[in-house]
Design a protein around this ligand. Structure first.
Ligand code: NAP
Length: 389
């Protein structure tokens, strides 16, 4: 039995973080989808050369350059028909413009929080890549979306997969979800080898081509911890309904087990264009630029439980998902600060998760924080990481 959804409507997009890995893939999808998508707004932080190239191709109404120091030094060419906006506050103005119906939230880190909230506040559809927003402020974000009727459509490949699999049954029929993890570049490293890892090794992901922060998160498996918390808020699950399985080929992007024991999986080559497109044309499916699986080629799919001893971040993610409250904001901020310190060679690779564990233990837990309290505790956790170092 199928439902015919007819033709997808034209989506009028603002792409936040258009110069990053997800932003560039989004514009690739937009280029291919042609008449289904119109780009109204783009934003960059420091890569203004790329922002200008994108503006010259897509001719949006607005571009936002969030880093004011970089914007003031940049030699801006004339961009007829495009208004240049400078500073973080301008993101809110762009996403709230009545002409924009869909916001692709692809800024990395907590820097994406306020613009994502601004879009939800206006009831816009949000194609959410910026998982840190849900990790830090899940209850606030989901409550606001319920009040305004905003749709939050997951772009993260695992959550996009779960979102697709959930179409196979009713929410009350879901037993649990299983998030797949590639295991990152150090899946087979010993603890001793992991202690000596340097940024260049950690940035070289075996199956995905991504931005710096998420590449390090994948190597520590903190990315899976963040995704556990993201799944809890996005799909209204308990921590006990979320499981992680290591799947090195990154073909099965996640699975949903229903109460009768049926497991529905979503499969495709590891490429973000498919989840991005699905979020843009949902509930439709249309042909697009994503690569296809070829079952004529020999292929094997392996699954194994994660090694929590070497990758304690996974247990930390489950712990934070159980606790809720301010724990997500603390873990997220501590991790962002620790990843930054590792990239600057101020701490070792395994220190990232150790520092997060310590800062989480010290924090004064609040079960129902407001957004201002979340912002304050985010700042506190960053300062604690500095002291830890
Ligand atoms: N990459 C993936 O495959 C993937 C998959 C799933 C989920 N995600 C999630 O998607 C988000 C983006 O990831 P990414 O890999 O695309 O990151 P990325 O390549 O590092 O790109 C980040 C984007 O955010 C902008 N940005 C950075 N700091 C900012 C700030 N302080 N204020 C405003 N904008 C800022 C960057 O601008 P400039 O470059 O101009 O400085 C860039 O456009 C993350 O939350 C990540 O977890 C990514």
């Amino acid at each position: 039995m199928t439902t015919d959804y007819g033709e997808p409507d034209l989506k009028r997009l603002a792409v936040l973080g258009s110069t990053g890995s997800i932003g560039v893939s989004t514009l690739h999808v937009a280029r291919e989808l042609g008449k289904n998508v119109q780009i109204l707004g783009l934003s960059a932080n420091r890569n203004l050369k790329r922002l200008v190239e994108q503006a010259q191709e897509f001719r949006p109404e607005w571009i936002v350059a969030t880093d004011e120091a970089s914007a003031s030094k940049f030699a801006w060419p004339a961009l007829p028909g495009t208004e240049l906006l400078i500073g973080h506050q301008q993101l809110n103005r762009m996403v709230q413009a009545p002409e924009v119906d869909t916001v692709v939230a692809a800024i990395v880190g907590i820097a994406g929080l306020h613009s994502t909230l601004a879009a939800i506040q206006q009831g816009k559809t949000v194609a959410l890549a910026n998982k840190e927003t849900l990790v830090a402020a899940g209850p606030v974000v989901m409550k606001l979306a319920e009040e305004t009727g905003a749709n939050i459509l997951p772009v993260d490949s695992e959550h996009n997969a779960i979102f697709q699999c959930l179409r196979a049954g009713a929410r009350s029929e879901v037993a649990r979800v299983c998030l797949t993890a590639s295991g990152g570049p150090f899946r087979e490293f010993t603890q001793q080898q992991m202690e000596n890892v340097v940024p260049k090794q950690a940035l070289a992901h075996p199956t995905w081509d991504m931005g710096q922060k998420i590449s390090i998160d994948s190597a520590t498996m903190m990315n899976k911890a963040l995704e556990i918390i993201e799944a809890k808020w996005l799909f209204g699950l308990s921590a006990d309904q979320i499981e992680v399985v290591v799947h090195p080929q990154s073909i099965v992007h996640s699975m949903v087990e229903f109460v009768d024991g049926s497991v529905i999986a979503q499969m495709s080559p590891p490429d973000m264009k498919l989840p991005i497109q699905y979020a843009l044309v949902w509930p439709h499916r249309i042909p697009g630029p994503a690569p296809r699986l070829r079952f004529q080629d020999a292929m094997s799919l392996d699954f194994q439980p994660p090694d929590i001893g070497r990758f304690p971040a996974v247990a930390l993610g489950l712990q934070v998902a159980r606790q809720g409250g301010t724990s997500g904001a603390v873990l997220n901020a501590a991790n962002e600060a620790a990843v930054d310190a590792f990239l600057k060679k101020r701490i070792g690779f395994c220190d990232i998760v150790r520092a997060c564990q310590d800062v989480l233990q010290q924090h004064a837990f609040q079960p129902h924080p407001t957004i201002n309290e979340i912002v304050a505790i985010d700042q506190w956790a960053r300062e604690e990481i500095d002291k830890w170092i």
